[in-house]
Structure formats: C-alpha cells, structure tokens
Design a protein around this ligand. Sequence first.
Ligand code: PLP
Ligand code: ZN
Length: 392
Amino acid sequence: MKTLTKPFTFATRLKCANCDQGYPLSAINTYAKCCNQPLVVEYDPSLTFHKTQLESRQHSMWRYAEMLPVFDRGNIVSLGEGMTPLFPLSKLASNYGIPELFIKDESVNPTGSFKARGISAAVSKAKELGITRCIVPTAGNAGGALAAYCAKAGMECTVVMPRHTPAMFKQECEMYGAVLILVDGLINDCAKKTAELNSDGSYFDVSTLKEPYRLEGKKTMGYEIAEQLNWQLPDVILYPAGGGTGLIGIWKAFKEMMSLGWISGPLPRMIAVQSKSCAPILYALKDQQNWKNSFTPRPTIANGLAVPYPFGMDMMVQVLEESGGMALAVDDEEIAAGVKEIARTEGLLIAPEGAATWKALLHLVQGGQISRSEKVLLLNTGSGYKYLDNFA
Ligand SMILES: Cc1ncc(COP(=O)(O)O)c(C=O)c1O
Ligand SMILES: [Zn+2]
C-alpha cells in the first residue's frame, strides 16, 4: 500500500450505517460486517469550512474536497464530473401550471450520467489505497463510468452487465478497454457472477454501497443543488432510485451542510421514483422485513431502475421517512412518453430514469401530495442518447 500523505479532507473515519462501529479510512474496506449494512464516511464537525471559500474553486465536484474522502490531492482521478446545470423547465412549467419547476441535468457528466461522480470518488480512493483491479455489476451507466475512470487511473476493469442492455452501454466499456461480461438477467444476477469471478478476492468490487466512497461522490449533487439555488433548497426533490446512492447521498449532503452552517431547514421531501416493472421500495415501505418476497422483478426501459434487492434499502427507507417523502412507481409506457415530451418541449433528450420523475410529479400534483406552488426539483440522472435502442 502507498504511504498516505497529509490529509486535506475533514474525513475522520468510516462508520457502520446501523451501529456506531468505526472502520479506518486508511485500509481497504467494503461494507460494515458488524450489521451487514453500508459504511458511511464521517467528517470532523469541529473544523470550519465557509461556503464563501467555494467562490474561487474549480468547476467540478472536487470543489467540496474537504467533504470528500481523499487524503492526497494527487490521487484524485477526475474527468471533469459535477457542477452540472440546474435550470427551470420553463415550458413544462407554464404548460402544466407548476411555476417553480427545475431540473438538475446530470447527462452532461463524463460518460453521460451521474455515475461519474460516485465512480470518480471510488476510483480516486482506490488509487490512494493501492488498488489496481476493479470489477462491478451494473445496470449500464456505472459500468461505462468505471471503465472510463479506470482507464484514466491505469487500472484494470471488468464490467458485468445484463445482456439486454442497449448496445451503447456495452460498446463504451470496450472502447475504454474494460473486460465486458454479459449475463442473462438483472443486476442481481450480475452481482452473483461478479462474486463468482472474484471468489479469490483478486478484484476490488465497486458494487453500489458495498464500497463506501461512491456515496460520497454522489452526495455532491446535494451540495450543488444548495449552491446553485443560492442556499434555498426546493420543497420537493424527485429522484429515480435504483440502488439508492443518489437519494441517500443527497440527504447526507443536506445533513452535512446543516452542520457546516451552510443551510437551515426545513429540508426537502425526498421522493423515490421507480418503474412499475421493478419497484422494491414501494414494498419495503409497506413491510421492511419481508419485502424481498413480495414481487417479481422485470426489466424496464429505465435500465438503472431495475435493481430488485438494493443493499442500501434500510437507508433509503430511512431517508424517505425522515424527509416526509414517499415512493411512487410509473409504467414503461408513461416513461417513454415522458422522454419524448421533454425532448419535444424542452429540447432535452433525457434518460428514461429522469423522465420517470416528470411523470411521477404529474401523478403527485394530481393526487394533491405536491402543491402547484411548491418549488420542485427533478433529477435527470443520465443522457437519453445511450438508450435509443430501447425506443427502436
Ligand atoms: C440513469 C440512471 N438513473 C438512476 C439510477 C439509479 O441510481 P441509484 O443507484 O443512485 O439509485 C441509475 C443506476 O444505474 C442510472 O443509470
Ligand atoms: Zn454495525
């Protein structure tokens, strides 16, 4: 392992998401074996970081470096991720009478999705810890991102992906020099294959929330939402949830910014949007013990939402409950119509996952759970260009 140099981060330790057991940041860790839950990074609450310090900083997620887990700046593997645009959907806002409607557009990240954030943090920390071989089961976008960041870092990369994923997700992995393995099934089947391939422990497994640092990269969306809205958070955030890192990460960012004194409450209601083809969060909210046996997962055109058994389910449920939010599922026909509508009205070809949040919003406005006068933020997590096969 490389010697770690002087920290510039405020990170102090990893902690089990369920109990208080600590794990060192300077060793390779995966998840909290004490409770079979994810590990989360803790930061020193006594250090000061003023939001005015951000003004002169680089236009990437690494502007929040004190609140990211890398010790030595030299280990950062960056392709320019983060600081994505946040702007009003003005035509939809006026057509539907929801005047304060905003989108954060993650499609402009490297490799065309928000996965770049988490993978930049994970690969940077992996580099710092001397890791040279990574593997990941993926619904698509995380695989492409890992392939690109491993290429930049000079690491070997293996991606395990469902065979039915649109061609571009597969081609990009190969272009970036990764080994691509296709599996019949969904991401949980890819996870089984990954475990088989890694039975000798020769790879570092970057699976969602079984690796502690992707969450830290994803949380920067929360920091940016606050900064870009001049520290006045929305009333409601709709997020397309699969494994849940973005949802959990944005909430973690809000909590951290409260303790930094950057924002004050109330915090937004967090809404998890899923596809009716695979909506485990809805079942988990009803029965947190037995949800795994309550449904049969099917593929969806919003590939990233087909995550039947998320490892971070307990954390997602906690965020939804704590924020006063909820989960909602929309069907694939609606999602496809949403992609087309947003392309034709707003000139944005967004990922089906992002379009699902728009359709969910309309249901919630109609049902009275969201009022038309509220400030609403939709998260578009990726580019629609990679999914065109799903529309053929
Ligand atoms: C475009 C897109 N949106 C949303 C998700 C779900 O992300 P998360 O794991 O953060 O819930 C994915 C995951 O693959 C994705 O690719
Ligand atoms: Zn524990």
